[in-house]
Design a protein around this ligand. Structure first.
Ligand code: PEP
Ligand code: MN
Length: 338
């Protein structure tokens, strides 16, 4: 249930009302927006008398929320959520390009790529250390050593870093990681999601290979219900009957998600297409569709990459992409850019 308060409401009246709701056994999420304050009520609201609440003189309107996700719901929080990571910002008109290799391979590789993408205007560095691979015989990532090298690249380039966690036992290596990625395969690992709710870092949550957008939002809800409201959603392609691309990139997920949630939404055209030459057109499409950012695989030597070389851009191709994406972003967001 959401309770919209009148613009004239005083702070002590809001606190009194919140205490009363809490006394009735429901949790209250407060959203102080640019125009008005909204109280989102979570829990068993069946005991609340909607007509009585509507009649209070500080209340503008009361609405029941049908959707199963509450904290992530735009009705709870009409303004876009803006997430700040170091000097980078995402959401609310701030467009963020995250770039870097699929996997961290060597110190030279990750530092070279980090410096190149920083120069090209990326706002965050990606790099996998714990890799979810389809085959147990494929390169599994450097693990904790990969995170150590990523931290070196962060120092060298000044970029904040994002890397994937696959299991809770790995969390001890994430102290200097700025954003934790929960990958497509773990989107419904509910125990992991619950723990991410208690972490004091933003979470980049990728859509599962065959998950609906509502399931993605419910996974974000798991994290938010634990108290971590800094969730970035990522569309990365889903399984369909199509074989000419690695996945089918659902660009429509961007405006649909943004209509349903206040959380930032980004697109991963690298895993979405699996083919380097399709990464730029899909990036332009994402920017035009109103995405809050992109996550793009960039490698200094794609032909010899240990993972996902065919979909990786060279630093030069990334620079070219970034220039054109910036032009679209300035049309869509009126010039605001991270
Ligand atoms: C990745 O970003 O490296 C990755 C493995 O992505 P996904 O979880 O979308 O497959
Ligand atoms: Mn990859």
């Amino acid at each position: 249930m959401i309770v919209q308060l009148k613009a004239s409401v005083r702070k002590e009246q809001v606190s009194q009302l919140i205490s009363w709701f809490r006394g009735m056994g429901v949790d209250v999420h407060v959203s102080e927006g640019s125009l008005q304050t909204i109280l989102g009520l979570i829990g068993d609201t069946s005991r609340l008398d909607i007509d009585m609440i509507k009649a209070l003189d500080i209340v503008e309107n009361v609405q029941r929320i049908q959707e199963p996700y509450k904290n992530a719901n735009r009705k709870f929080h009409p303004d876009d959520t803006v997430i700040e990571v170091g000097n980078a910002k995402i959401g609310g008109g701030n467009f963020l390009c995250i770039a870097g290799p699929c996997s961290v391979e060597t110190e030279e590789q990750i530092c070279d790529v980090a410096n190149a993408v920083a120069k090209a205007g990326a706002g965050m560095l990606r790099g996998g250390a714990f890799k979810p691979r389809t085959s147990p015989y494929s390169f599994q990532g450097l693990g904790a050593e990969g995170i150590r090298l990523l931290v070196e690249a962060k120092k060298a380039s000044g970029l904040p870093i994002v890397t994937e966690i696959m299991d809770l036992s790995q969390l001890k290596y994430f102290d200097e990681v700025d954003v934790i990625q929960v990958g497509a395969r773990n989107m419904q690992n509910f125990e992991l999601l619950k723990e991410m709710g208690h972490v004091d870092k933003p979470i980049l949550l990728k859509r599962g290979l065959s998950s609906t957008l509502e399931e993605l939002l419910m996974s974000a809800e798991y994290i938010m219900a634990g108290g971590n409201e800094r969730v970035i959603l990522c569309e990365r392609g889903i399984r369909t009957f199509e074989t000419y691309t690695r996945n089918t990139l659902d660009v429509s997920a961007i405006p649909v998600l943004k209509s349903r949630t206040h959380l930032p939404v980004i697109l991963d055209p690298s895993h979405g297409t699996g083919i380097a030459k399709f990464v730029k057109p899909m990036s332009l499409a994402a920017a035009a569709a109103g995405a809050d950012g992109l996550i793009i695989e960039v490698h200094n030597d794609p032909a010899h990459a240990l993972c996902d070389g065919p979909q990786s851009l060279t630093p030069e191709a990334f620079l070219d992409l970034k220039k054109d994406v910036d032009r679209i972003v300035s049309v869509v967001h009126g010039g605001a850019e991270a």
